[in-house]
Design a protein around this ligand. Sequence first.
Ligand code: AMP
Ligand code: MG
Length: 496
Amino acid sequence: MRLPTDAADAALAEPAALAWQEGFARLGPAFYTRLQPTPLPAPYWVSRSERVAASLGLEPAWLASDEALQALTGNQLLPGSAPYASVYSGHQFGVWAGQLGDGRAIMLGETDAGLELQLKGAGRTPYSRGGDGRAVLRSSIREFLCSEAMAGLGIPTTRALSVTGSDAPIQRETVETAAVVARVAPSFIRFGHFEHFAASGDHAALRALADYVIDRHYPHCRAAEHPYAALLQNVTARTAAMAAQWQAVGFCHGVMNTDNMSILGLTIDYGPFQFLDAFDPGHVCNHSDSQGRYAFNRQPNVAYWNLFCLGQALLPLIEDQDVTLAALETYKTAFPAALESALRAKLGLANPRDDDRTLFDATLQLLAAQRTDYTIFWRRLSHAVAQGATAATLEPVRDLFPDRGAFDTWSATYLQRLAGADLPQAGASMLAVNPKFVLRNHLAEQAIQQAKAKDFSEVERLLCLLQTPYDEHPGSEAYADFPPDWASSIEISCSS
Ligand code: AMP
Ligand code: MG
């Protein structure tokens, strides 16, 4: 028998699905624990995102294979992968929670495309605390679809490559079944990673982490007078941009703890999130959030509060409180500027004007007072403008308001503001920013109920619509309609 050399061995082996490079792992063992995912019995496919597969350079044939099914469930290690779970801390519901960490997410590694691949629900880790390390099918489908929906909307987000399921029972309020989401992002580092090392007083580790994030994700900060303050300022700007897009589309995250805040300004950790149906600024989507800390209209302030926690954590590196505060100040201009620019686009206004804010406030106040369906309002308005904004074309928008007079007053001001604009062009640009399809709770719920019966067609259907939510998708009107009455009784909590 021939004893192959290492090189010959590699040449004889099956082509690896993914090539890996050392990323976060280079920071060393203070940052993570190496471990293996815990297998699940008899896994099955629920859904896959071809878009994410393509970004990883994965062959469609591989993604259809049993090897992929086993690997993305955590049952079989991909060649060259050295999995780990990372440690972080954080503030939960405004209170310091101490050490948390990847309690059920296991990182397979960073691919040579610079993307981290992580399995959520792949078993216990040293950071699981009392948890079982698992995720249920219900919440995994929600995370998978919402990641891809946010990407389709153009909102920064972690991505999802796949969901796989298993009939293994998982105890939540009731017994459910297990699932694993394969998540993808350039980095899963959270504000809480920084808070962790600041709280333990390990400033060498804190500096190593900040240097790593700068080198990998914010290299231009290196040349700044205060590189760590520049990092804080850039994270602040990205977080402000993300929060503005959430508000503009009517997205409620539900659990904006500092451990759920991405250092890249990505939407991360989809739990009890909700896209608003009727516009209710004070809406609380998380039934565990009894104080309403993460109500829809509080999100922008919470993001700022969370950035302060990050600033506090970076202070030992920045070494100057005024410089730290100045970096955080960015939020006060970046957030309103981003929101106003989004609202201007939603209204089809090509150029800014001094009194725009009055129109924005009047619009949102009208929607709130009349509890108008948020997504349908903007979409109908876009169509009306595209068709010339005549009384006849505005009729479907007017019909959304129980108080027609209030709408008429508002629309008179709006039409005045639009005067002279190229309406077909303004309408076309509005249709490109006001989605027809968002992942409403009841749509996710219907797909989940069918998936529980092993029919994944609704998951596929939603994935297709949500990946291109600004397209009309003729024949899919039901998915763009008002929520049914039973939607208001769906209760989404942190339990996932
Ligand atoms: P979340 O707010 O859902 O992102 O989770 C907060 C913390 O709890 C994180 O450290 C999670 O890893 C951990 N966690 C949540 N659910 C579980 C679970 N079922 N098993 C282990 N850890 C969990
Ligand atoms: Mg989390």
